[in-house]
Design a protein around this ligand. Sequence first.
Ligand SMILES: [Zn+2]
Length: 248
Amino acid sequence: VASVRSLALVLRTWDVFESSTVAHLFTRELGKVSGLAKGARRLKSPMQGGLDVLGVSDIVLLHKASDALDLIIEAAPVERFEALRRDLAALYAGYYVAELLSELTDFHDPHPRLFDAATVTLRHLGEPGLRPLRVFRFELACLRELGLMPALDRCAHCGAEVEARGASFSFGLSTGGVLCPACRPGVPHVATLDGSSLAAIRALASPGPLWKGLDLPPAARAPIRATLGAVLSHAIGRRPRLLPYLGA
Ligand SMILES: [Zn+2]
């Protein structure tokens, strides 16, 4: 069996046996993996600190065939996100990042760009003013990288251009994004978005630093929070556990 080395974000861990740990990792090279780290909790384990939740580690993994757990044979801490230790709001946002990766990705389905988006997000959760926007950006990165991105510019049904002007827009939560007035009737699970919220979601979804110029006070963030939360809940099949702790 060949071993694989990868950077990995530790999503969750469980103590097993006397001194071992099972960890869910989101690795850059292999995607989500579930691994057994034998003796990881021994006092002098070389993996000390390498399996701390929400840390990034350099891991070496032995991939087992079939449905057996992979073996984690090395785990060395590489990056700690200090803001998560001193700021509860940042910690909840960090757990939310881990929950989305855990719930939305499949085992052994790599998404390196999503790994990079997660680490950038975790690095910046200590900035209270930008934190909600960072979380929106990460949610949109998940949707984009996993092929779940809702249509924002054109009607999800007919492809007609939908301009983000005017009072309100229909946003199909299960049909993949904005709907033109002609396609709206009869579609279930439709939310209503005002024009400025739709324009803000477009800016947040765009590459580049455009989103940093957004002026989004809490009242302006609430409809975006509700829409992205609903889209992700639909994708996961239930409401993310950490969603209520994010605030708007
Ligand atoms: Zn249409």
